[in-house]
Design a protein around this ligand. Structure first.
Ligand SMILES: NC(=O)c1ccc[n+]([C@@H]2O[C@H](COP(=O)([O-])OP(=O)(O)OC[C@H]3O[C@@H](n4cnc5c(N)ncnc54)[C@H](OP(=O)(O)O)[C@@H]3O)[C@@H](O)[C@H]2O)c1
Length: 257
């Protein structure tokens, strides 16, 4: 039986691959055979990651990408189709937060920064990706959103980050419904608390002990806790899945009240 997780001959693009999850996912997908296209604004960090992956025998390319700029998104996706003739999956991973602020503390600049990066970009990327899948008569397409457990439950001070993630999960469901006719699947991964540049401010704060008590498995997640789920969503192993959100959080969202 062939390995349903095998990504040989697949081309997969990741937004926000210069650090954190995207940086990690690039290595995981390349190690399983994919040619990985890494996009972000800090190109030198992407190039360093590409060098590491290449040294390990993987295939990867670095591309400048600002997901708040439609032209930049179009160039990123166009380059994939021009150079490889296909783009089997795209991971909407780029994300930011506005710091520990409530809805009364943020201003319109914070709102636009977070919502444009985390939410609007996922729509612009997915729309253009869908158009190009159809234009190139690619038989199948695959969109993966990186959401968060704050899509369903949250704490004070995660505004508007949690708003963006709640809407991103909803976007996943609506897009899945609408994209099925094009043979494009749309799913989301919702990680819990995992230590990266985005989560560090919160996880290393005075609230850390309280957070830990709320996680049934009593630990924060490690990058490699996401390896299986991201491989599942980007490979044929999930070929009958669409509109789903996979939560990876040590049981955090089902913790007792
Ligand atoms: N860390 C967690 O515990 C956690 C939990 C749940 C969900 N998430 C989600 O996981 C995703 C990745 O976060 P992370 O924790 O890995 O954070 P991170 O290390 O700060 O990485 C964020 C990535 O997004 C990129 N990015 C930000 N703005 C961008 C823009 N305008 N254009 C292109 N790329 C942009 C950054 O690259 P450049 O600055 O180089 O552009 C960077 O590569 C986010 O969507 C986040 O919400 C994280």
């Amino acid at each position: 039986m062939s390995n349903p997780f095998d990504l040989s001959d697949r081309v997969i693009a990741i937004t926000g691959a210069s650090s954190g999850f995207g940086h990690h996912f690039a290595g995981v997908l390349a190690a399983n055979g994919a040619t990985v296209l890494l996009g972000a604004r800090r190109v030198e960090k992407l190039e360093d990651r590409v060098a590491e992956i290449t040294k390990d025998g993987g295939k990867a390319q670095a591309r400048a990408l600002d997901v708040t700029q439609t032209d930049s998104i179009h160039k990123f996706i166009d380059a994939a189709f021009e150079e490889h003739g296909r783009l089997d999956a795209i991971i909407n991973n780029a994300g930011v937060e506005a710091g520990a602020k409530t809805y009364t503390m943020i201003d319109e600049t914070d709102w636009d920064y977070v919502l444009n990066t985390n939410l609007k970009s996922a729509w612009v990327v997915s729309k253009y990706y869908t158009e190009q899948v159809l234009a190139h008569k690619q038989p199948l397409g695959n969109i993966v959103m990186i959401s968060s457990i704050t899509d369903t439950r949250t704490i004070k001070g995660q505004f508007p980050y949690a708003v963006s993630k709640g809407a991103l999960t909803r976007m996943t469901e609506v897009m899945a419904l609408e994209a099925a006719r094009y043979n494009i699947r749309v799913n989301a991964l919702a990680p819990g608390y995992i230590l990266t540049d985005v989560s560090r401010i919160l996880l290393e704060s005075d609230q850390s002990d309280d957070f830990m008590k709320g996680i049934p498995m009593r630990r924060y997640g490690e990058f490699d806790d996401l390896d299986g789920p991201i491989l599942l969503l980007t490979s044929d192993a999930s070929k009958y899945m669409t509109g789903a959100t996979i939560t990876v959080d040590g049981g955090h969202v089902c913790s007792s009240l």
